[in-house]
Design a protein around this ligand. Structure first.
Ligand SMILES: NC(=O)c1ccc[n+]([C@@H]2O[C@H](COP(=O)([O-])OP(=O)(O)OC[C@H]3O[C@@H](n4cnc5c(N)ncnc54)[C@H](OP(=O)(O)O)[C@@H]3O)[C@@H](O)[C@H]2O)c1
Length: 321
């Protein structure tokens, strides 16, 4: 492995946990910086993982976290804005500062997690902020040691995507669905993590951006019905027409930890599918949803494998801002 010590921002999250496990398997020393010590604690079972408590929004903390590392992975991202946690702060200001501080600290390798369809002219504030964040990271870091990854929606044990639809199907025989016809190309979290960790080997991915998608394209309605079927449930989806979907999202975005916002709906107005196939630079084929999801969603799987219930990130906590 070219990289020996790496700082992972967002290491406690769904993708971050998979990335840390794969880094540990390749004997890389890992430092994570988390605002929440409780979320970081379970990761400390990994060999050579050091958990630092603090906010990446604080320059002094970030400088300390970068000391001695030869690569930084930035996985910080939010789907909904809340209070001072805005898209601008998480997706644009933070990547810019991470890139600037990397340069100051002589860290020459940066992997930045963005999102599929990131675009400064995109249809939603989320996608536009992702586009601006990529541009900010490029401007501050330069192209040479930067790799940008743009995944479609990510599934895997503990996801808040297929698990969420399975939970909805559990209590609703008929599911009214906004964005039912929106198309996605879901990718497995272990494939995303493997691609990301592969980026730290050699220099072939330097200065590149890669879209990451699984092998199959589904509409949102198909994904919901698949989640229900995997739980052994026969369900019906009722696609909500545009204005009703917008009204539902308007109501939902006023709830704590909203499931859907009008901005999410705007993101779904364009297909979340890759322009090209799986990047050849990653020497493996991505797994299909059908072959992976039953391993964590089927009724026969023991309850304690239902990682979403254990996900500490779903519990409220006090954290430095
Ligand atoms: N999951 C998907 O389907 C998907 C699809 C496309 C792109 N992505 C992108 O992939 C990355 C990882 O996604 P994920 O699913 O692992 O997300 P996640 O589970 O929500 O984890 C996000 C991580 O970022 C940190 N974080 C969250 N909000 C923050 C804020 N306002 N300031 C500073 N740190 C913050 C959290 O760290 P602490 O709380 O420990 O500090 C957490 O570990 C994100 O950038 C996401 O947008 C995800």
């Amino acid at each position: 492995m070219t990289t020996r010590q790496v700082l992972v921002l967002g290491g406690t999250g769904f993708v971050g946990r998979a990335v840390c496990a794969q880094l540990a398997a390749r004997q890389v020393r890992i430092r994570i910086l988390s605002r929440d010590a409780a979320k970081a604690r379970p990761l400390t079972v990994l060999p050579a993982l050091e958990a630092m408590h603090g906010s990446p929004h604080d320059d002094a903390t970030l400088r300390r976290a970068m000391a001695g590392v030869d690569a930084v992975i930035n996985l910080v991202g939010i789907l909904h804005e809340r209070g001072r946690d805005t898209f601008e702060r998480a997706h644009v200001d933070l990547p810019r500062r991470v890139a600037q501080l990397c340069r100051e600290a002589n860290v020459t390798r940066l992997v930045h997690m963005s999102a599929l369809k990131a675009d400064t002219e995109g249809p939603s504030a989320y996608l536009r902020s992702r586009g601006r964040g990529e541009a900010a990271a490029r401007a501050a870091f330069g192209h040479s040691g930067l790799t940008i990854l743009r995944p479609s929606v990510i599934f895997g044990a503990g996801d808040r995507f297929v698990n969420l639809f399975a939970a909805m199907a559990q209590w609703a025989p008929v599911i009214p669905l906004a964005g039912a016809h929106a198309r996605f190309q879901p990718v497995w979290v272990e494939d995303v993590a493997r691609a990301l960790v592969d980026c730290l080997e050699g220099e072939r991915t330097h200065g590149q951006a890669y879209e990451l998608c699984g092998p199959d394209v589904y509409t949102l309605a198909e994904i919901v019905l698949f989640a229900a079927r995997t739980r052994g449930l026969r369900r019906r989806v009722i696609p909500l027409p545009g204005p009703v979907a917008a009204l539902q999202a308007f109501v939902m975005e006023r709830l704590p930890g909203p499931l859907m916002t009008r901005d999410n709906l705007r993101s779904m107005s364009i297909d979340n599918v890759c322009e090209c196939g799986w990047p050849g630079v990653f020497a493996f084929a991505p797994s299909a949803m059908q072959s992976v999801v039953p391993s964590y969603l089927s009724p026969g799987v023991p309850r304690d494998r239902y990682a979403g219930r254990r996900d500490p990130s779903l519990r409220p906590s006090r954290r430095p801002r």
